[in-house]
Ligand binder design. Structure first.
Ligand code: ADP
Length: 218
């Protein structure tokens, strides 16, 4: 892995979180997921969580200054010193410019960006079928990757939960937010010459294998 920061881009349901997790494990660097951090804050009812909850439930983006603050704080922790993965961030041009400034201030080069591309009908199936283990965070899908026993994690017997924003109306809003605000980042990073496009319609293990091969050479 060449760059200090690796960014995963892609529509909701593209598999950013799943792939980021594999890559983070492989290179033993932290996965910084703004979605996970925000969901945890909502669960704990912190001021951040209370501010973000309504936006998330509506499928809208949380304001830039809020998420930029979260990322800046997280990146300053010592485990991020040898590199990190951003998953779900940046999502707007302003956030991408923030990343550039942050990396520059730390004397790091440009990020390396992986854009996972998935057809829209498949995105919908992935999002409506997604279930997450309440204990270990393992992700299942009732259509493609069901657990052995319904509603229960294969690994630790934890209860599988829906994400609050994985209902049809919110999913539609999230996809709209992606098309309106986030998809422009593809051109932003292509212009910087740091974009790598990944075919995301395959099964997760095949995508991970290709990604790790690419990152080991790049
Ligand atoms: P997905 O990519 O599947 O939609 P995430 O877990 O990345 O899911 O994000 C869930 C929600 O958290 C988003 O719909 C949004 O409300 C909020 N969120 C996460 N990351 C950001 C971000 N970088 N900027 C603004 N809002 C964000």
């Amino acid at each position: 892995m060449r760059a200090h920061a690796l960014i995963f881009l892609g529509a909701p349901g593209a598999g950013k979180g799943t792939q980021a997790r594999e890559v983070a494990r492989h290179f033993t660097i932290p996965q910084v997921s703004t979605g996970d951090i925000l969901r945890e804050a909502v669960k704990r009812q912190t001021p951040l969580g209370l501010a973000a909850k309504a936006k998330m439930e509506a499928g809208a983006l949380v304001p830039d200054e809020v998420v930029c603050g979260i990322v800046e704080e997280r990146i300053d922790e010592t485990d991020c010193q040898k590199g990190f993965i951003l998953d779900g961030f940046p999502r707007t041009i302003a956030q991408a410019q923030f990343v550039d400034r942050m990396l520059q201030a730390k004397g790091r080069g440009l990020p390396q960006v992986l854009d996972i591309e998935v057809d829209e009908d498949l995105l919908l199936k992935r999002l409506t079928g997604r279930r997450t283990c309440s204990v270990c965070g393992e992700i299942y899908n009732v259509h493609f990757n069901p657990p052995k026993a319904e509603g229960i994690c294969d690994k630790d017997g934890g209860k599988l939960l829906y994400r609050a924003d994985d209902n049809e109306q919110t999913i539609r809003q999230r996809l709209e937010a992606y098309h309106k605000q986030t998809s422009a980042l593809i051109e932003f990073y292509r212009a910087q010459g740091v974009l790598h496009e990944v075919e995301g319609n395959n099964d997760p293990a095949a995508i991970a294998k290709g990604l790790l091969e690419f990152l080991s050479q790049a």
